[in-house]
Structure formats: C-alpha cells, structure tokens
Design a protein. Structure first.
Length: 282
C-alpha cells in the first residue's frame, strides 16, 4: 500500500506565525508548501527549502488551485495549517458591516473552505492533520474585540465538530491557541480601530481600545508573550505526537487568561474589564 502523503500546506506565510511555522517544519524534515496572497514575499522561505504557492483564502479559485497543485504533486495534502487571519478591533456598533464580513471571510470562511477542499484527499489516504490557528481570544472576550473574538469562537466550534466527524477517517483536528505573540499583529489590530467610529458615543472607548491593544504588545504584558517561533514549536510538537491534544495554548499569557476566564463568573469578569476600559454611556 502506498504511504500517505504528509505534504504540509500552510496559509498566510508572508510573515509572523505562518513564516515561522513553515521554516520550523521544513527544518524538521516536513515537505512544506508555504503560501501567501503575494508569493514574492516568500523568497526567504523558498531559500530555506519550502515550496511556495500563491493562495488567497478569500478567493475560491485561488484556494482550489493551491490544493490542486499540492494534490497533483504529492497525491494529497497531508497536513493543513490554517494560519491566515487578522484582527478587527472597535466597538461592534461602529465597525462597518463590510469590514465584519471581510474579517469572517478570512478568519472563518476561508478556514472552513480550505478544510473542505483538503479533506477528500485526507479521507482517501486514511491520514491527515487539520491544524487550526485560533487564539486565547477564542476562549474569552475583551471589550472592543467582539468581531475578532467571534471569528475565533467560530474556529473553536468548527474544530470541535470536525474533530468528531473526521476522526474515523484517520484525520486529527488540532487547535492552537496563541496568547500575546510579538509580531505586527497588535499594530494591525490597533490601526483597524481607525476605520471605526472616530467621533460619537464610542469615540473615547475606541481610542482606549487602540491604545490598550498596541500597549499589550509593547508594554509589561509583552513579557507574558513570545515570538512566532513559540507557536511554530507547538505545531511541530503536535504533528509529532502519536495522539495529539485537541488544544495547545501557547505563551504564559494564554495559559493565564484562559484559566482566569474559566474560573471567573461573568459579573466579576465585567467588573475586571471596567477597571481597564472606559464604559461607553450616554
């Protein structure tokens, strides 16, 4: 019997977690296909031994083409790492609906569609790994992050359902839950508030959300974070495990905040948030 393909396809590899994961898994000996919307950003990974492809998780033709290319070369995608994603911040009422749709297209619908496209090949060979990058923000919610948190809660729910649904076909579903990761992620999230309401009922709140978001990645809290390679190492361990865990929290901040939220009643959590965020009010 032909050995199953263990080719790895990773989305969102132009920087940060995706770039670090592609480099780490290649060094570990995996056959890695690193992807990005602009493949010219992947030159450094190509020099490290990665194969590279164009892939936009908001475009059906692009997703199909990437999966077809790996399947044609390797027989199937053996491991899918759904990493592509970003954070939209701002009070929910103030975020333009088209930006909310764009957030879900990238963080949720692209992830689901990639799973749908690779699963037939995984099922056919009786082996596969779906690695979904969630966040500690999939287990708790900060004010001003409702749209982003909603996408990560969706990733958690979808992963839980698929873990049961595909196990009998030899496919594992693994959720990675990073906390503070020192990349440009915080700056992007902070800047996204600027596209929300600048004046009006939520103006002060949104400004504070932007300030706190950027500060979390640059201030004292950053000591509880880590670089992108911490996530890459967690993914490497999960793929090497005979029986991988359903979830891997990464960084001290993730362990701390997930456990704190689990043990804190909703009313107490809200009181804690009021010590950090201004309460929008008339």
């Amino acid at each position: 019997m032909t050995a199953p393909s263990k080719a790895v396809l990773i989305t969102g590899c132009s920087s940060g977690i995706g770039e670090a994961t592609a480099a780490r898994l290649t060094a570990d000996g995996w056959n890695v296909y690193a992807t990005a919307r602009r493949p010219e950003t992947l030159t450094a990974l190509e020099q490290k031994g990665c194969k590279t492809l164009a892939l936009d998780v908001t475009d059906e033709d692009s997703m199909r083409a990437a999966v077809d290319a790996v399947s044609a070369a390797e027989g199937a995608v053996g491991v899918l790492v759904n990493n592509a994603g970003y954070s939209q911040s701002g009070a929910v009422e103030t975020v333009p609906i088209e930006q909310i749709r764009r957030q879900f297209e990238t963080n949720v619908f692209g992830l689901v569609r990639m799973c749908q496209l690779v699963l037939p090949g995984m099922r056919g060979q009786g082996w596969g790994k779906l690695v979904n990058i969630s966040s500690m923000g999939g287990r708790l919610t900060f004010p001003g992050g409702g749209v982003y948190h909603a996408t990560k809660y969706a990733v958690e729910a979808l992963s839980d359902a698929m873990r049961f649904e595909v196990k009998g076909f030899g496919v594992d579903v693994i959720v990675i839950e990073p906390g503070l990761i020192v990349t440009n992620f915080g700056e992007v999230a902070s800047a996204s508030v600027e596209s929300s309401e600048a004046d009006g009922a939520y103006a002060e709140f949104n400004r504070k959300v932007a300030q706190l978001t950027e500060g979390a990645y640059k201030g004292p809290m950053a000591k509880l974070g880590a670089g992108p390679d911490a996530v890459a190492r967690a993914i490497s361990r999960a793929l090497a495990a005979r029986r991988p865990k359903a979830r891997y929290a990464v960084t001290p901040s993730a362990h701390l905040m997930i456990n704190q939220r689990r043990l804190t009643p909703d009313r107490i959590w809200d009181l804690m948030m009021r010590t950090q965020f201004p309460t929008p009010k008339g």
